[in-house]
Design a protein around this ligand. Structure first.
Ligand code: GTP
Ligand code: MG
Length: 193
C-alpha cells in the first residue's frame, strides 16, 4: 500500500467523539507496551505520528488517524497495565468494548501480542471475544527482531496454537519485517464488500 497521506484526526474518550464520516476502520489493540503505536507508525512510514513510549499505558484514549483520505487506523488504549488505577482500567474496558461491539465502520481488528511471550489471560479473553463474535481479526506478533529466526518460528507456532482460530503474522517495527503481510490483510478487509 502506498501511503500518500496520514494524519492524526482526534482522540476520543467517549462514543460521542468517534469520527462521523463513515470510512472503514482498522483497530489496533493489545496490552500496554506491546507496540501498537509503533506498528501503526511502521505501517504508515511516519515515525512520530502515533506516540510511542517506554511508559506503559501511555495511550489512554481512542485515537483516529485518517489514511489516504480513504480509511482510518484506530489506536486503542493498552490493557492489563497494573499501575493505572482501577477506575482507569474499568474505563478502558468500557471504552474498548463499546467500540468493538458497536462500531459498524470496523472492518478489521489487529490484536497485538509480544512475540517473545505466551499470550496473557487478557489476550485469551480478547481472542475468545473476537472469535465468538465473528469479528474479522488478525494477530500480529510484535518485536520479532528480538528473537532469532528459530526462536521466532517456534513462538509463532505456540501463539497460533494458544490463540485458537486466529492467523498470526510476525512483525518488527525496527526492521519493517512482516509489514507487507499485515498490509495485505488490511487491504483485503477494506476491499471486502
Ligand atoms: P501503550 O500506548 O502504552 O499501550 O503502548 P503501545 O502498545 O502503543 O507500545 P509502543 O508502540 O509505545 O511501544 C512500546 C515500546 O516497545 C517502545 O519502547 C518501542 O520502541 C518498543 N517497540 C515497539 N515495537 C518494537 C519492535 O518491533 N522492536 C523493538 N525492538 N522494540 C519495539
Ligand atoms: Mg500506544
Amino acid at each position: 500500500m502506498k501511503v500518500t497521506s496520514a494524519e492524526f484526526v482526534k482522540s476520543a474518550f467517549d462514543r460521542g467523539h468517534w469520527t462521523e464520516d463513515g470510512l472503514p476502520e482498522i483497530a489496533f489493540l493489545g496490552r500496554s507496551n506491546v507496540g501498537k503505536s509503533s506498528l501503526l507508525n511502521s505501517l504508515l512510514g511516519r515515525k512520530g505520528l502515533a506516540r510511542t513510549s517506554n511508559t506503559p499505558g501511555r495511550t489512554q484514549s481512542i485515537n483516529f488517524f485518517r489514511v489516504n483520505e480513504a480509511f482510518y487506523f484506530v489506536d486503542l488504549p493498552g490493557y492489563g497495565f497494573a499501575r493505572v488505577s482501577k477506575a482507569t482500567r474499568a474505563g478502558w474496558g468500557k471504552m474498548a468494548e463499546e467500540y468493538l461491539s458497536l462500531r459498524e465502520e470496523l472492518v478489521l481488528s489487529v490484536h497485538l501480542v509480544d512475540s517473545r511471550h505466551p499470550p496473557t489471560d487478557l489476550d485469551h479473553q480478547l481472542n475468545d471475544w473476537l472469535v465468538d463474535n465473528d469479528k474479522p481479526h488478525l494477530v500480529v506478533a510484535t518485536k520479532s527482531d528480538k528473537l532469532s529466526a528459530n526462536a521466532l518460528s517456534k513462538q509463532i507456532r505456540l501463539i497460533g496454537k494458544s490463540l485458537e482460530g486466529s492467523h498470526v503474522i510476525p512483525h518488527s517495527a525496527n526492521t519493517g519485517k512482516g509489514k507487507d503481510l499485515v498490509w495485505a490483510e488490511i487491504v483485503k478487509a477494506i476491499e471486502k464488500p
